[in-house]
Design a protein around this ligand. Sequence first.
Ligand code: AMP
Ligand code: GLY
Length: 418
Amino acid sequence: MKVLVIGSGGREHAIAYALHKSQKVDEIHAIPGNPGIAQIGTCHPGNVEDLDGILKFVEDNAIDFTVIGPEVPLCMGLADLLESHGHKVFGPTKQAATLEGSKAFSKDFMKRHHIPTAAYQEVHSYDEAVAALSSFAYPVVVKADGLAAGKGVVICEDEDMAKKTLKDMMIDGALAGAGSTVVLEEFLTGFECSLLCFTDGETIVPMVSAKDHKQIYDGNKGPNTGGMGTVSPNPFLPEGMDEVFQKDILEPFMAGLKADHMDYRGVVFIGLMIENQKAKVLEFNVRFGDPETQSILLRLDSDLFDIMYAVSTKTLKDVEIKWKDEHAACLVLASVGYPGSYPKGMVITGLDQVADDIVVFHAGTAVNDNGDIVTNGGRVLNICALGQSLEETRDKVYQAAQVIDFQGKYYRKDIGLN
Ligand code: AMP
Ligand code: GLY
């Protein structure tokens, strides 16, 4: 099989790495890929938003199966386009992807299908939003409706901050079209858990749990990032939550897909807030999480291609999915300044000096004119390992973090602890 992976981050490298292990996968291609993926496949220039260009590539190169990593091409309808031309795809349709593409759509879906979530109000103008603030306590959560690359959610401590955020989003257009509709939401307390599931629209199979560390600084301080590291399993998850997830979240979610005739074949990543053994949904993402995937797929003990193919052909119920009973960690090495501006082009050293049981996924790297691997993004590398305990796994990734170096290297020291 010739498989095409769409995307360029650590998540896509982890997907390509897992697919590469499959006996059924002969060739891996990526658009645009990254220097890590280039070690196991062939990377082709291209833009993940150029849907027609991707279709042409699939047809010209006789690709058998396409895996779509990021949300933007899913929300633009890449899965629909490829399928309508008879190509097999892993990733939901445009309609189903709206569960991530529009917060208002997603909240309405949860409300109609009785999926526990924070109380909310959808507003369409600044004046309507300010009037609605009186029904919320502080802090209040202000969410831009559309895709905003992680910048669309602001937790506002008081009315002044809420008004300023609403003005930025709804009047000044800080997030362009993404902020013309806003969801105001009750602030939830508890701890977060990322629950990724495979679904073909008929069957839903949760993967092992993971914990993301979203803020830039230790102790969960500072601005949110795309994710600074993950561990799997989520060490904060109490016993017995699997049943709660199944009954309170997954069953009504599947009933909702059916009732709304949504063709959902891919991964649903459910962001949960958990308190007192109860789970509430913060958000749906219609793709693998980054960097959750890097930890989770290291623990996969089945053939990822078989699972993805079954999802695509609606035969997921026939596949057994096994997981390693080990701990996984993923530590993000970032460029100093991220999530704000940061330097690029710093030479990375030590990549071939890490211990044999370390897996390094590339997230934001490039090759310079001298052939050196250099930094090319905010999140640069993902150092991953398996171990018998959280402690052993942490030791491994933190040791490797000292071996790999580049100017401006920054990472959190408390992955898996806070
Ligand atoms: P979202 O994109 O909706 O998951 O929001 C991004 C992050 O904002 C989440 O991972 C949480 O850390 C935080 N967040 C979102 N909604 C809420 C809420 N209702 N209460 C508390 N924190 C929230
Ligand atoms: N790690 C969070 C996300 O992928 O959205």
